[in-house]
Every structure is written in structure tokens, then in C-alpha cells.
Design a protein around this ligand. Structure first.
Ligand code: ZN
Length: 159
């Protein structure tokens, strides 16, 4: 059995206790999107400022919930700030791949992780252990799904 100490690694707790980019942005020009995970009661609010070149100029996070959801949102905000929308999509893909590695092999043995995009996930690597707690995966991906919604809004506003 995997231990809780794996799940709540120090880096996760650091982001939970000292969340990065916490706050709000003026709407408009920023976009505001909300995400909710009813399984756990997690709420995430993402404020997103995308400039004319498609760069995430600024991002702020609001909401409340468990340590996994809030630390994932904090790490996400730090990881995407200053990146282009395309880069953010790549990062999202890599993160979600990491979060779904064990989904297909849960009933079975300890299968080797599948291949996933070779992108440096930085602090987000700390969330890797969450895949062994399937019920918590939605906590970790909530902020990313909310971000994707915000990017869609920003893109359609720009076109
Ligand atoms: Zn949660």
C-alpha cells in the first residue's frame, strides 16, 4: 500500500500553505472561469489574462478545497505564467497524461507507466503519486480543466 507521506509530499504542502498567484484580476480584460469537483467539494476560480500575442500575461487563483486541488492550482499557475497558449496546451497534455497513467491498469498488476510527452513538469512532478489514489485524480486535474475553459474563452474573445 502506498503511504500518505507519498501523496502529501513536502512540495505539495508548500504550495498549499503558500499558494502562488493567489488573488483576482480585473474582469475584463481578464477572463474569469470557475471549476467545481463535487466528489471532494473543491472549488477553483481562475483569472486569466492573455495578451494579443497569445501569451498568458497573468494568472490568479481563487477558491478553496483540499490540499491536492489547491496545491495543483498553485503549481499550475506558476507553470503556465508567461507561456504561450500552445505551450500551455502541451503542458496540460503532459500533466493529464501523468495523471491517467494508472487508470487503465488499476485492477491489474503494477504495470509499467505508459509513455507520455517528454516535458519537464517541474514542481508538478510532486503530484505523480496522486494517480495511486484514483478518487483524488479529479482534485489534481480540476484547475487544469478550469484553465482550459479560460483559454477557450480567451481564444474566442481574441478572434
Ligand atoms: Zn479534493
Amino acid at each position: 500500500m502506498p503511504g500518505l507521506e507519498d501523496l502529501y509530499r513536502e512540495i505539495i504542502l508548500d504550495h498549499y500553505r503558500n499558494p502562488r498567484n493567489r488573488g483576482e484580476l480585473e474582469v475584463p480584460p481578464a477572463h474569469r472561469v470557475e471549476g467545481f469537483n463535487p466528489l471532494c467539494g473543491d472549488e477553483i476560480v481562475v483569472y486569466l489574462d492573455v495578451d494579443a500575442e497569445g501569451v498568458v500575461e497573468d494568472i490568479r487563483i481563487g477558491g478553496q478545497g483540499c490540499s491536492i486541488s489547491q496545491s495543483s492550482a498553485s503549481m499550475m499557475s506558476a507553470a503556465v505564467k508567461g507561456k504561450t497558449i500552445d505551450e500551455v496546451h502541451e503542458l496540460t497534455k503532459a500533466f493529464k497524461a501523468m495523471m491517467s497513467i494508472h487508470e487503465s491498469s488499476l485492477e491489474g498488476d503494477d504495470a509499467e507507466p505508459e509513455e507520455f510527452p517528454d516535458i519537464n513538469l517541474g514542481d508538478l512532478e510532486a503530484l505523480r503519486g496522486v494517480v495511486r489514489f484514483p478518487v483524488r485524480i479529479k482534485c489534481a486535474t480540476l484547475s487544469w480543466n478550469t484553465l482550459a475553459q479560460g483559454l477557450d474563452e480567451a481564444a474566442s474573445a481574441a478572434s
